[in-house]
Write a protein that binds this ligand. Sequence first.
Ligand code: ADP
Length: 789
Amino acid sequence: MTSAEAKRLEALYALEILDTPREERFDRITRTAVRLFRMPKSLLAFVDETRAWVKSEVGTSIDWVPRESSFSELAIESDEPVVVPDARSDPRFAGHPLVVGPDRIRSLAAHPLRTPDKHRVGALLVMDSEPHDFSEEELEALTDLCRLAEEELADIEHARLLKLETESQARVRAVMDATSEGILLIGRDRVVGYHNRRFLELFGLKREQIDGHPLASLDGVIDRVFDEPDEFRRKMDEADEYPDGVTRFPVKQHYPGIRDLEVYSAPVTDREDRDLGRLHAFRDVTKEREAERIKDEFVSLVSHELRTPLTSIKGYVDLLIDGDAGEITEEQKEFLEIVKSNSDRLVMLVNDLLDVSRIEAGRINLRLQPVDMADSINEVAMSLRPLMEQKRQSLRLELPKDLPQVMADRDRVAEIVTNLLSNAHKYTLEGGSVTVQAQVAGGEVQVEVSDTGVGMTPEERDKLFTKFFRAQNPATQDVSGTGLGLNIVKSLVDKQGGRIWVTSEPMKGSTFTFTIPIDGTQAPETTAAEAAPARAPLTKVGARILVVDDDPDHAGLFRHFLERGGYQVLVAHDARTALQTAQREGPDLITLDVNLPDTDGFTLLEWLKADPATTSIPVIMLSVVDDTGRGRLMGAVDYLQKSTIDERVLLSHVGSIVRSQEPQVVLVADDDHEIRSQIAGHLRRAGHEVLEAADGEQALQAVRGVQLPTLALLDLRMPRLDGLGVLRALRHDEAILSLPVVMMTDNPGMSASDRSAIDRLGASVLLHKPCSAEELAELIGHGLEKEDA
Ligand code: ADP
């Protein structure tokens, strides 16, 4: 079969007309033909592979004839009307079955029928058993009738395509409705073009509420659904500004359910590349975020738990090495050094984990100050040189003399450089070289750490900076690591307003480059608590110190350090004994652990402050929790982080002088009674006066009442007027414009955009509920510092 014939048959079969019942629309044509030509027979046939199948006829009662002996075939072959005035005098039909057979056809005209695509699929015939001279006029009429038949064919074709289209649309809709993402198409004209069922479910909408509505008319819906409607609109507009771009952004909704969503937005074009608008897919990521939060909390908890015993191990090993427990042999010393270096490693790992979890909870504070990058690099290089020499690696520093200072956190900068340099050392083979260069580039100091090491593939490079990523190649397998370093490095660089990137080639080497702004404008501000200058150790020889700690190992360690500093030490392991000892002995100072077996350190602190005999004894709170807030809040004079305490730190704190702590009037606005009383309780115990409000309106009334608070804690979501609403109202009122505000939210994963809305209005900090007293106190500290500034 020729390909033209194959196509012709395909077009015929697509009409789905073969072997179908008679239809008036074709009968009408054959009927008209017999009348017009005054000939008794007419038929309309379609020619498939083997036969001419008759769709309509007058005067013949033929169903079909074999293709090769059909007149229709003649018309199809010639593509012209075949006209036979008298078959008997036409040699072509000498033995033709229709001529010599019972039908006795003597005259005929056959005109081909074409589909819209010009495939000749059949023919229209008029026939007579008498001779017939066809006039020009008659032949034109035949052509006209054929055109009518062809229009019917076009109609069939059209209906078929329409059906296909409808079916495929229904299929697409079914698929779209079955997807778990809410899908919304907004046309170029900013009108809702399409949405799926999930979209309606997600936002509690009915089809008629949005179908065909312009986006601008959906403001009410947006206000009702999203936590930050303005932010959502801004993000949608921003997405619009990048017609070629695909963007993703997080949003939070509180109606009809509380969900974390991720919006994927992409431009949509049809097959002809015509712009159809933008597609927005809303994915519910609430469970993922929750899982992340639980995992982070777990990591944080485990790390805290690990730090306590580690502190003991480290402290006692130090004492042993220092000979405090008697002379030790060289071999014992060597072994102890191994224990020490491994516990140091373990501390580092735990600290890495804690760093990650703190960074993720947004709880890392920077101590910004002018930092000489060259100094930092030199220091780190010096400490790593011995390691590099062991691997016969060369280390070259190219640091210009006039490098300006950057505004950064000195320790964090050192952490970044240490990490990059130690990676360069770890992932470079023996005898390789590492170079550190620094230079000024566009208001930033740019530091490059390059090595001639094992490098990495583009795929590995893409995964760099993600948590726990370690390349799986033989060159890195023998090197120990956690895969957390670069993740922390990136966060630290980001937090200080810089950028970090990498270029690398397998087995050639890698270059890590990071920048830190010179003026530090983009870096978040420091907290006064951390920025406080280190106090010089003062020792009051002979002073008596009461060490209160439930862990005898810790207590023993402190006793040792303090005794070496010339103090007399008393120890108590629980709160009741501690109180009795304090009342009886009147120590010069008390160090107080937060965790005690009978009650917590804060309660003991309250008892001590309530008793005239002990109220003036300075107290230092000790905790494994790195939070400086609660101790201060409770009226403790100082606060120490237990896991990093070494002798110097301890002595310096012990020797420091008491700072005063004025009570404050704090407004607590939260519709959740339990949370509100919990927070109020923390505050009252610390000596603060508390005003309570159950919603935003009450909060505003309280602020405008007799007693002006010095600080307000506002729940983000409250009935009648939410936290943001209160904040806005405050910022419009001259009298209370400068009231420091701490926003509270249930949501630990609050996005940067949420924060920015709040920041614009000048709330100082965000507090995640349920909050610990430590967090609360820290935030109060921040709020009041801002006011002082
Ligand atoms: P760790 O070194 O503890 O594994 P990092 O986060 O510092 O964790 O690094 C992650 C991974 O990135 C490493 O395991 C290594 O595969 C790759 N990597 C980091 N620095 C380099 C480097 N300079 N050259 C080659 N690969 C590196």
